[in-house]
Write a protein that binds this ligand. Structure first.
Ligand code: ADP
Ligand code: ASP
Ligand code: MG
Length: 477
């Protein structure tokens, strides 16, 4: 049910962008459920739909491409069959004969694209990031075709739209950034006709295109971002992200089964949570809607009447202290030590200068000026680049190996306590420290965000789950 909320303008129908994730479109039954949700809300709101690939499809495509580029043919041939089977099964189950006649050839043509690409990768024994983007986002093209056709089969006018026509991005294949101004005008223009005719656009998540029209992707899990990019472009009243949990929870429910739903969180809390690993929203999701202050809801497609979590510019709940715990399981702690001749400011500037050259984000930073040491944590995926950049910047110092050293501690996890109102609540770090100590969990490093929105602890990966549970319990979340 679309509830009347203060943010929805009265009079004209509110515009809601609804994004459905992989599990929500995972099979025929789930896609049917999506069509029911959309058709139900379309009576009271103008709905624009964004879809992910069917659950597991993106992983399957990426693995097929990788194996093909290593010369194997067996694996991608099997994936081809599986890709065709999963989508065809839904078409057989849910589409009218007339819709099948329209959609089956379109699905077959995508399977054909998959085959041509993989066959090329195995011939040249290479897959470039550019070709990988075209291939890895084929799942979205196929699921958008299916969802639009299911809606039409049920009597709701709908049309699949490829986001390569809407989202213009830079050339950073695999993790592209949208160029907002042009994206906004393209989106408005391309969808105008459909909207005027009352046709529901069903847009592919995850993908965009560069200026040459070559397909790019927005990073893994990027369909959430596609949803808010569309929301901002269309001046939507709200963006609803439909997933497989009841909303944003006080911790990852896979780590803490007793985690609780947060009815409302602020933009800043959502950004912080997603940056530190809460997979429920992609880290860039909030960015497009910030200026226009568009509320984002996280809802469970398995329980469509449960309200979910509302993400707003600033939460009005006044809850003090810690609100949620999140964690990054695979991180590394890199420590750079300078000897006497390398002053601390010079050391720090070289370290962060080299990270900035590689555009590498840090998860936490600690320093000791007296000992001339800087430590920082980075994602597992970034470690290789970090080492490369540092070795380049400190080439001479390392050559005279008495001037500097670079050490890496692996199998480290970062556990983060988050809450906008931690600011000014004394004793939070002490309580977290105390509780971890009582459970025998060793804290390797600690850092508090200068905004006082988060406190981060580095612990051994093997102790991460326990650390999250202990802090969750300590603050009675
Ligand atoms: P979708 O395919 O719908 O995009 P994802 O798998 O990307 O869904 O994200 C949803 C998952 O995020 C949940 O199933 C849950 O396991 C995980 N998750 C991690 N941290 C949290 C959290 N704090 N609150 C809710 N879910 C979380
Ligand atoms: N299908 C893409 C992925 O698995 C995008 C998404 O689901 O958000 O990464
Ligand atoms: Mg996701």
């Amino acid at each position: 049910m679309l509830k009347e909320t203060s943010t929805l303008s009265k009079g004209k129908k509110p515009l809601v962008v609804m994004k459905f994730g992989g599990t929500s479109v995972g099979n025929g039954e789930r896609m049917q459920n999506v069509a029911e949700i959309v058709a139900d809300h379309a009576q009271r709101a103008e709905v624009v739909v964004v879809v992910s690939a069917m659950g597991g499809v993106t992983d399957m495509l990426i693995r097929a491409a990788t194996e093909a580029s290593q010369g194997g043919r067996e694996h991608w041939k099997n994936v081809r069959r599986e890709l065709a089977r999963r989508h065809r099964e839904v078409a057989d189950q849910l589409l009218t004969a007339a819709e099948q006649a329209v959609v089956l050839p379109r699905l077959a043509s995508q399977v054909g694209n998959f085959e041509n690409l993989c066959s090329g990768f195995s011939l040249v024994r290479e897959v470039t990031p550019r070709a990988m983007d075209t291939l890895s986002s084929l799942g979205e093209v196929m699921s958008a075709q299916l969802v639009a056709a299911i809606l039409r089969s049920r009597g709701s006018p709908a049309e699949a739209v490829d986001a390569t026509e809407l989202i213009l991005t830079d050339d950073n294949f695999g993790n592209a950034s949208p160029l907002f101004e042009e994206t906004n005008s393209r989106t408005r223009q391309r969808l105008q006709g459909l909207r005027r005719r009352g046709v529901i656009p069903v847009i592919t998540g995850f993908r965009g295109a560069n200026r040459e029209g070559v397909c790019t992707t927005l990073g893994r899990g990027g369909s959430d971002y596609s949803g808010t990019i569309m929301g901002a472009a269309l001046d939507a009243d709200e963006v609803w992200i439909w997933t497989d949990v009841d909303g944003v929870m006080t911790a990852d429910p896979r780590l803490v089964p007793e985690a609780r739903i947060l009815p409302e969180i602020s933009y800043r809390e959502a950004i912080e949570l997603s940056f530190f690993g809460a997979k429920v929203i992609h880290p860039k999701t909030i960015q497009p809607v910030m200026k226009k202050k568009i509320p984002v809801w996280i809802k469970n497609s398995f329980k469509p009447t449960t309200p979910g979590t509302r993400i707003v510019p600033s939460a009005a709940d006044g809850q003090r202290g810690v609100k949620a715990i999140t964690s990054v399981s695979k991180a590394h702690l890199v420590t750079v030590s300078g000897k006497d001749t390398l002053s601390f400011p010079r050391l720090a500037s070289k370290v962060f200068g080299s990270l900035s050259l590689g555009d590498i984000p840090t998860l936490m930073v600690t320093q000791s000026s007296a000992e001339n040491i800087v430590s920082f944590a980075v994602h597992d995926a970034d470690l290789r680049r970090v080492k490369m950049q540092l070795e380049k910047s400190f080439e001479l110092e390392l050559l005279h190996d008495n001037l500097a050293s670079i050490e890496v501690m692996s199998q480290v996890a970062i556990v983060v306590a988050i809450g906008e109102n931690m600011k000014g609540t004394p004793g939070i770090a002490g309580r977290a420290f105390g509780s971890l100590g009582r459970h025998g969990i060793n804290i390797i490093a600690i850092a508090q965000g200068s905004s006082e929105l988060s406190i981060s602890f580095a612990v051994r990966s093997s102790e991460m789950k326990e650390a999250v549970k202990v802090i969750h319990e300590e603050f009675k979340l």
